[in-house]
Ligand binder design. Sequence first.
Ligand SMILES: Cc1ncc(COP(=O)(O)O)c(C=O)c1O
Length: 361
Amino acid sequence: MKIRANKNILKVKPYVPGKPISEVKREFGLKHVIKLASNENPFPPSPKVLKAIAKAATEVNRYPDAGCFELRQAISRTLKVKPEQLVFGCGSDEVIVLALRAFIEPGDEVVLAKPSFLVYSIASAAAGAMLVEVPLQGLRYDLAAMKKAVNGRTKIVFIGNPDNPSGQYVTKKEIAEFLKDFPEDVLVFFDEAYFEFVDAKDYPDTLALLKTRKNVIVARTFSKIYGLAGLRVGYGIMDAEVADLLNRAREPFNVTSVAQDAAVAALKDQPYYAKVRKILVRERDEMCAALQKMGVAYSKGATNFIQVCLPRSSQEVTLALIKKGVIVRDMSAWGLANYIRVTIGAPAENKKFLKALRSIL
Ligand SMILES: Cc1ncc(COP(=O)(O)O)c(C=O)c1O
């Protein structure tokens, strides 16, 4: 090819998503396939959300509201933050991209854990940042080492809390220590995609940090507990001055009108999502108890997925599970040899996974 590609893009290893159900059905000639590979919510959106989606669908000949007015008001009221502190994205993935676009210049560094959520490294490399990756200790962040990795070239530190694929969170105390004497010109990006699943008392209140700090972004999403992954809507909460910068880097119509209306309806239907959460947390505990009974090691985490540590090659077991119609994520590419990541599904799906795993092992 003679056209000269962006050198940063050439360095990016393409993201490999979990295999879609339709592809597995085709490839293996299967009728029933379940996917526990992408940390999705197994339940459909609430009936009220589906109604809002159907209504919004009749108006998609119009461009969406570029300012996400209704959604902005709703979140600002719920979280008690100013509307101008919010930036909306096509999923919280886009908030990550916008932060990088707003702050990274050639030669800048970002600090992240390894392994961590892949979008941090992919989007950082694409933005031309140098990656400084700090290995996890066990499956937990080594915040002391991450702080040591910060220097005059660092622009952003990414903290997935809880992170994916580890499922682990950093505590309030650990964050307080990390932020002690932390440089005010380095952004700390807290990615809280799964925060609704955490009920630990020592989980940090990052919104409180925003009252005294300008260098914090907190990203959240409608893709996980609210089950709107296919509509792509997430947001970041930050100082209004920082939000202004991210908004300058944003395409005006990045959140569709259907996504905006669905998110507003989802926020209003808390009883439905409380039920969903209760089922998923119960299923997570039951899945762990069943694995324990089978003598299979696992790491529970604070999210809607778990890590299962296998006595055999995870590649082999992942393929054997696929042949039985169960898609999970092989973690060997993340450097977690013999681990598979399993998303908590609906009760029947979890039973199917456990039965398949039992027969394979
Ligand atoms: C840690 C983490 N952050 C962010 C996201 C992205 O979510 P969204 O669908 O909002 O882009 C994911 C999705 O899997 C995730 O695991």
